[in-house]
Design a protein. Structure first.
Length: 240
């Protein structure tokens, strides 16, 4: 199976969620990062971070551009065009021949350009006919961001597996608690998990436990989405 991990924006926790899904999966998992920006050769990119958190995960990065910008923009600054959606899809298919689960992590939000021709991660999902997993923020503003991204996915005829909150924060406020209950209704998508604050700082064994507790059964964990704000079971931050 191939799952395309997209975000409502940059820094929402796509890498953390990608690692959590890999950790909760029983079977061979690969992570594809079509374009890594903001990293120079030798520096750890998102795919390396997943390999660090989930040892044994196969990782593959197709292109790397040093400026911390959208891939097409960062590529242009070094005289390149970026990564074609068809090439990213080919790489994902190749990984899927050797692995039961391939996670394709985008860069920034869903419609950020990977290539000068306008290719986006949504085009990669379309090429593959693969479902999108939408990583979203926890706090105020996420209902709108998530509804917009869900509409963009649906408008392209793509399937969406659901949403996962990348970081619940240290002390979830009223907005976060209400969002946990409202996100499914507003987005029309199942909420499939919520990572506690501190998850990416865990060592691999602890991270695997956190992933199991923070992801819903369709993603290999045991987390249950709350139905009402008053019943929201907010996990404790992970103590480092
Ligand atoms: N649950 C969490 N608790 C604490 N920090 C987190 C959590 N999830 C993510 N972070 C931190 O937030 C930052 C952004 O997270 P992450 O790199 O996963 O986002 P991203 O969506 O993959 O970003 P990009 O668009 O750059 O790929 C990182 O420094 C990461 O360690
Ligand atoms: Mg990332």
């Amino acid at each position: 199976m191939i799952l395309v991990v997209a975000g409502t924006g940059t820094g929402v926790g796509k890498t953390a969620v990608t690692a959590a899904v890999a950790a909760a999966h029983r079977g061979r998992t690969a992570v594809l990062k079509p374009a890594q920006t903001g990293a120079v050769p030798g520096e750890a990119g998102d795919a390396d971070e997943v390999a660090h958190l989930v040892p044994g995960t196969a990782v593959c990065e197709l292109a790397r551009y040093p400026d911390p910008l959208a891939p097409a923009t960062a590529a242009r600054r070094v005289g390149r065009a970026g990564v074609r959606a068809a090439d990213a899809a080919d790489a994902a298919r190749a990984l899927a021949r050797e692995n039961d689960l391939v996670l394709v992590e985008g860069a920034g939000g869903l419609l950020v350009r990977l290539h000068a021709a306008g290719d986006t991660l949504a085009d990669v999902a379309a090429e593959l006919g693969a479902p999108v997993l939408l990583v979203v923020r926890a706090g105020l503003g996420t209902l709108n961001d998530t509804a917009l991204a869900a509409e963009a996915v649906a408008a392209r005829g793509l399937a969406c597996a659901g949403t996962v909150i990348g970081n619940l924060g240290v002390r979830p406020d009223l907005a976060v608690r209400c969002n946990l209950a409202d996100l499914p209704e507003v987005s029309g998508l199942p909420l499939l998990g919520a990572l506690p604050e501190g998850a990416p700082a865990c060592r691999p064994r602890a991270f695997a436990e956190v992933a199991q507790a923070a992801l819903a059964p369709p993603l290999g964990g045991r987390w249950r989405a709350p139905r009402r704000p008053g019943r929201v079971p907010v996990p404790e931050p992970v103590v480092r």
